[in-house]
Write a protein that binds this ligand. Sequence first.
Ligand code: ADP
Ligand code: MG
Ligand code: MG
Length: 910
Amino acid sequence: MADTKYVYTFGDGKADGNTTQKELLGGKGANLAEMSRIGLPVPAGFTITTEVCTYFYDNDRTYPPELKDQVNAAIADAEKCMGKKYGDPTNPLLLSCRSGARESMPGMMDTVLNIGINEEVVQALIKQSGNEHFAWDSYRRLIQMYGDVVLGLKPENKNQDDHFEVILDAAREKEGVEHEAGLSVAAIKQIVVDFKKVIKDHAGIDFPEDPMEQLWGCIGAVFGSWGNDRAAVYRRMNGIPHSWGTATNVQAMVFGNLGDTCATGVGLTRNCSDGTPGFCGDYLINAQGEDVVAGTRTPKRVEETLQQDKPEAFEQLTNIGKTLEQHYKDVQDIEFTVEDGKVWMLQTRNAKRTGFAAVRIAVDLVNEGLIDAKTALEKRRIPADDLNQLLQPIFNPSDKEQAQKDNRLLAKGINAGPGAATGQIVFHASDAEETYNKDNDVQLILVRKETSPEDLRGMKVAKGILTAFGGASSHAALVSRQMGKTCVCGCDSLNIDYEAGTVTVAGQVLKGGDWISVDGFTGEVFAGKIETSPSEVMEVMTGNMKPEESEVYQRYAQLMAWADEHRKLNVRANTESHDAEISLQLGAEGVGLCRTEHMFFDHLDEMREMIFSTTVEDREKALAKLIKFQRDDFTHLFKVMAGKAVTIRLLDPPLHEFLSEHHMHEDPALAGKLAKTFGVTEEDVKRRVAELVESNPMLGHRGCRLGIVYPEITAMQARAILEAAVACKKEGIEVLPEIMIPLAGYKAEVDNQTAVIKATAAKVFDEMGESVEYMTGTMIEIPRAALTAGEIADTAEFFSFGTNDLTQTGLGISRDDYKGFIGYYTENDIMPADPFQTVDQTGIGRLMKIAVADGRETRPDLKIGICGEHGGDPKSVYFCHEIGLNYVSCSPRRIPIARLAAAQAAVEAG
Ligand code: ADP
Ligand code: MG
Ligand code: MG
């Protein structure tokens, strides 16, 4: 049997490997091979495979026996390509040793340069280059990197002394130079002596003079760096399996530090912040490797000065950029070195980009003929979530930078609602509303310990919301996402004193009316004002800008058109009447969830009257006052959504959300007012409030359990819906109402409510002398409903997964109470993700699959959607596509994200 191939060579227009072999060769190695294959200038070298890394950890940090011979043969190959010999005292080849995992792990693992220098070789380098400074500086760098990386002398934190840097600092100070590039040769020679002494003193060994010993030391260190803590933490955060391992790349050195004809740099084949075409990057003349990114010298911009500095190098780079894009069909992020005017390629990979850039680049590449529209939709090119950046206001980058420089960052919370908002602090929703009513242009940030349903109207008029408590699924977070509002929540360093009207944070006391800025993309909170720019896409959609005025909008629209062509899932909005228009602009193909309780919160007095009623008659009287508001709202919604399905959910929350201790506490006069209105005593009021208290409201008297005990509520709602529908039909508007029963677990519950709806419908149609087609269906949000979906589908004409409650009841986890452990759970690999953000596919997803299969067995044309928060989460959308749902429904601002995600699911499925 032939020996396993552990070493893959590249260089001179040839390579053993190629770009598809990332698993075996790591990203860096696979692409060095590929670049060599397509004839780009790559210093010769070889890649030791990730299998060796696995062997290394399985066998006590030793190597497969055949590795040594394979490495020696590969060194001989590189020597031939480069016309130099490793360790040779007259014509020495130097090597670098570089880590390279399957996915890039920036800064996590180690690289050593200039391997192969010793006292003899340094003399040969002087003779060959005629540049003593270069030779001694390269030697100096080797000893330092070897000490740091191989011998572990790099300090773990800032409190420990960095022995090498201490020596360098002293030398720089002594010679009065800013950077070591300016040191005299004598000084560097002395540093080499001192560095060797550091190694002797702190690692207890002599710096190895033997080039082969140096090389194997470095190879061991690169494989070893895969196992260091830093790398392990990074992998956990980024979902990279510990089992993958890294490859090690050994490569002939080329020199950017041979003098002013040389340079080293990094670049992008086009701008990845905004997507503008054209090469851009950073370079430093007469420098090596990490100098560019280390921040000790300020690099120059390739696109600004390289053309003048080094016209030939600029031309080579531009051409290489084009070749790379043509070949990889994507923007590349590259590392290069210029040695005596010749450009050498040291790395390439698909570049990371912002959401703005992602959209522009994908559309541009299609227009340039490099890719087709289907390829442009790939999720690795445009993570669907990143579309947010085009839909929300952002801080002007320079103004935000200034705020950072001015130390105005106050705190960091959870980035719950993307966008940027700047405004004056207001602590109470009612004050926010009042101020807004006086001046519609006022910019307000609602700052609260937490928010609750009565804050809704204040939240609506605020530019942003900032809370001290609550996590990513707190009321503030959910409602902000629903409204498309910037929100930072759970910012626990805020100390809010409602009575004093102050918030204390980072040693500063801010008052109501003071300016504050919140970044909902990052969770940052800044003191003072930071100018924002509105989203051009939203400006066009709201009619403030013409489509032809915004290139950003045009590209967005183009991308969305491609997405719509490819997707199979329909996308609907979770919306009430007030943002129905914008939902349409954002691409809603109907309403998947109209929550009716918002209408009740707007009419608390009538709602409370109903709560205080003790007889059916009194309740009906109170409800009769509410019906007009409901009917008007539905009429508006039907008109906006003409010809599209509108799913309306019957009342869902428990009654104490409309009247509780909390309300009495917030408004001490409330009990008195209510007592007077209803002609009872304050004691009676308090007794009624006490009756409504539940110790676990999520599992209490809510959902269809309300409509079953108080059928007049369901009847009123069904009447409002159907009267509105008939009225619209009479005006010639096509209406497709779908009436949805919440929180059912038993077929009998669905039967009961459906009967109430049907009886009401018969009455309404008779009274109005006209009827409409409508559907009745149910939410699937209780595990029992999923498990008995076959029976339920006998009555229900459609299903809609309420995955918030389904997750809550299926996992037995209250999303209001999981803050204490969810962080620990995800950090320690107990749960792969927050199940309230991404559908738990193995558990909750299984319930969904059962419901889909059994439901459709009973009723083959059963329409099935999802209306939980998950409907706008790309991973969950992929899952909904897979299990064959008809549509996803999400908050308006997430509609474009869901459309793109649905297209990505379809494209990926082939
Ligand atoms: P990282 O993964 O941290 O970017 P690399 O292995 O890419 O580490 O090395 C960092 C830098 O070191 C490269 O960008 C390049 O400038 C320099 N470098 C690595 N190998 C060589 C080489 N053979 N010749 C010249 N410079 C090199
Ligand atoms: Mg690199
Ligand atoms: Mg629910």
